[in-house]
Design a protein around this ligand. Structure first.
Ligand code: F6R
Length: 239
């Protein structure tokens, strides 16, 4: 695991965008896994600007998002599709047919999770997976537990994740209790991983990554077993 520390969130965001752009420039048909949340907003802003300036071309890129809430229509302003459309899809030349995000409104969730995994596999797997990290160590919505689930699956969010995400909703009660998420198996099969860690509330989970102990109680520690992980962290989150 390679770690690069930045003085500010802005510098981290620029470096994250440069990293993703370099991967696309070396493989224009990159299969790219993407997160939502507060952390990647700056990266998406930089990538949108770089695309407008002709520094990166999304025309042949395929994206797969990590997760989506259950029960929110795409048009809901807190759905992850809405977030991605606002922050990236509508700003760059990604083709609509190359955008993938789990369908949190699917009537048959078992079929939806299996179809999502099959589509990733049919594309040859993820070349690059970009990740954020929850204050409790979750990646995607793989929450701390006594076990982790490998394929895409539905999950009940922990109270701490509902607390953490309540800032985006009018009230805590509005935060969906369930989500559909890629599993740790999908993430670990990505050829390369870029993890973004920002803010003082991530200090404890960031520290655990330095300790070398892999535990399902801190799902991000699974990444210690991946051969190609780069962590971009700002100094607020670094110990
Ligand atoms: C969202 C996701 C989550 C977030 C995590 C951190 O797609 O995968 O694991 O990365 O909850 O969110 P922020 O960046 O808001 O702290």
């Amino acid at each position: 695991m390679k770690k690069i520390v930045f003085d500010s969130y802005d510098q981290l965001s620029k470096a994250a965008a440069d990293f993703v752009a370099a991967e696309i420039n070396s493989k224009p048909n990159l299969v790219l896994g993407l997160p939502t949340g507060g952390t990647p907003v700056g990266m998406y802003k930089n990538l949108s600007e770089m695309n407008k300036e002709g520094k990166v071309d999304f025309a042949n890129v395929t994206t797969f998002n990590l997760d989506e809430y259950l029960g929110l229509e795409r048009s809901h302003d807190q759905s992850y599709w809405y977030f991605m459309n606002k922050n990236l899809y509508s700003n760059v030349n990604l083709k609509e047919e190359n955008i993938n995000i789990p369908n949190g409104m699917a009537t048959d969730m078992d079929a939806e999770t299996k179809a999502y995994d099959k589509k990733i596999e049919d594309m040859g797997g993820l070349d690059l997976m970009v990740l954020g990290i929850g204050p409790n160590g979750h990646i995607g919505f793989n929450e701390p537990d006594s076990y982790l689930i490998a394929p895409t699956h539905t999950v009940t969010l922990t109270e701490s994740t509902i607390d953490a995400n309540a800032r985006f909703f009018t009230s805590r009660e509005d935060v969906p209790k369930k989500a559909i998420t890629m599993g740790v198996g999908n993430i670990m099969k990505a050829k390369k991983i870029l993890m973004l860690i920002s803010g003082a509330n991530k200090k404890a989970v960031a520290k655990a990554l330095n300790e070398g102990i892999v535990t399902p109680q801190n799902p991000a520690t699974m990444l210690l077993m991946h051969p190609d992980v780069t962590v971009l962290i700002d100094k607020d989150a670094d110990q």
